[in-house]
Design a binder for this molecule. Sequence first.
Ligand code: SF4
Length: 665
Amino acid sequence: MAEVIKSACPLNCWDSCGLLVTVDNNKVVKVEGDPSHPITKGKICGRGRMLETRTNSPERILYPLKKVNGEFKQISWEQALDEISHKMMEIKEQHGSTAVLHSHDYSNNGILKNLDQRFFNMYGGVTELYGSLCWGAGIEAQKWDFGDAYGHEPEDVLESKNIIIWGRNVARTNMHFYEKLLEAKKNGAKIYVIDPMFNATAKIADEYISIKPGMDGLLAVGIIKEILRLGMEDRNFILHHSQGFEDLENLVDGISLEEISEMTEVPIEIIRSFANIYADKPTSTFMGLGLQRYKNGGNTIRLIDALVAVSGNIGISGGGANYANLQVGQSFDVANLTMSDRRSSHRQFSIMRQAEEVLAAVDPIIEMIIVTCGNPLTQVPDSTLVEKAFSSVSTLVVIDQFMTDTAALADYVLPTGTSFEEEDIYYSSMYHHYVNYGPKFVSAPGEAKSDLWIWTQLAQRLGFGDVFNSSREQLLNLSLQSLAEKGKTLVELKERGTLELPVKYVPWHDFKFKTASGKYEFTTMDKGEEGKLTLAVPEESKWNNPELAENYPYSLLTIHPLRSNHSQNYHLYSKAPQLKIEVSEDIAASKNLKTGDYVRVWNDRGEVKGQLSILPKAHPNTINIDEGIWKKFGGSVNALTSSRESDNGLGSTLYDCLVNIEKIN
Ligand code: SF4
């Protein structure tokens, strides 16, 4: 008989939804929203619903696979684990444990996914990746300004008079916040959307401001300049709770409003009007995770933070520079799971430049790559080079549920379970502050196993099986240790399905910042000259590289797809997806292109081909190709993107990318 079970969406998404999953005869038959979840209240998106297809898909990998003479052959778990552990032992003896690279990402938010790090630390410490393809530059930027990246709790936006949605299409990526915006609008708040694309969120805005991609920081400088000219800055905050304001004043004096307007392609009257909007407090700012994907990305977020600070919108209800909410993840004892103190060696490669670093590695060279929770061949910039690097190592092991582009290149593919096939807890440090419980309620198909089982088996063969000698329950309790001290236990979480985490609803309300000075830092004290804000613009722009801009006149964005969580769902669509190339109306007009044309987009790094579609009201000279599409469907769009790092070294520059386009037959 069918049963409905409370569960949680595991996808790396802002919303971390509560689910109700209907199970019949050990089979997931329906995935719906859980109306009792305090934030997500029964509504979920198509990506969440597709977890049913994901779990039941006939394309699931059912057995361990080994590539022999270019073909995958089914092998036993015994053979797979013996051979991989034997190779790992040999590598450690001959080259040291850092000759293994652990390439990972965040396809799944389950806390026990962190156990991969426990395994690699106990093995001796491997080469790990630092930074983030997604939000890294912005997180680091807010750490420089505030000491940490904290956001306001979801209800607080209802206190805002003005809400600025800056480079974030919440209708697509953060649907429960979209609902809150509708509520705020009904209560009289004004909504402003700043974005190069006229997206679904812009449709509900009181005003939409179209901006040239990558120029958001400069727009913030313009608004600050006007606030200062009108004397509307918050002198009390600046005087008592910040440092480095003189540097900011000097910076804004170095450029005119006319220059800013010309460079950002935002009219002066609009820049001026935003000074009044920010001064009419409380004004909240919600930044997206695309603004920072430029060489100048960290500086961009810092300039928007500075605008929020100058206007006195920090630490007040209805205000805030909302980018992420790391308070959520900080509620858990992840260190207990990862045991980083047990490793004896350690080496780090940049996640953006992992291909170059693998190819250039010496002492030791990379002998083996193990991929978890990711699909680097599709998602890492400059994918042609990534394929070369991942093909160059003696052994590539991929743990996945499906034959992704990366898995297809592997020597061994180990099949793992979906979130409905293993127990875990789920949260997201992007939006709300509730943790959700997800029990196991169906068996994994074929011989697919949980990641924990795989690590335990490998650990036993490598001589440290004792540290994996714990049940899932014990490991979950370990990760909840400090919450349990505050009376929030696993027992309660299991009973209720979700628990509120102890976070500050309005961060920085006491104006005690986590920076070295304890103040908000317009200039970051401990970073020397680097700590000063600048007027930087994208690396691939006419200002920094006129010749490149001549050859490649169009800005390429690679935004989050509507129906897939990055690369995770494309193969599950009922109709095979095609690469869609969306262009602004002016490009279509000047190149005589129309919807449905087959076109090529290229630059010096590579090319992709696909079908053209016209983006109404997009900023001139802008192209978008949704990220994540697989090679077999025409991707990866990362054949075009650069592996360059952001200014602060911790983020990607995926949107800092100029291209050209032509019609082909
Ligand atoms: S993908 Fe995001 S919005 Fe969709 S169901 Fe999962 S958590 Fe909710």
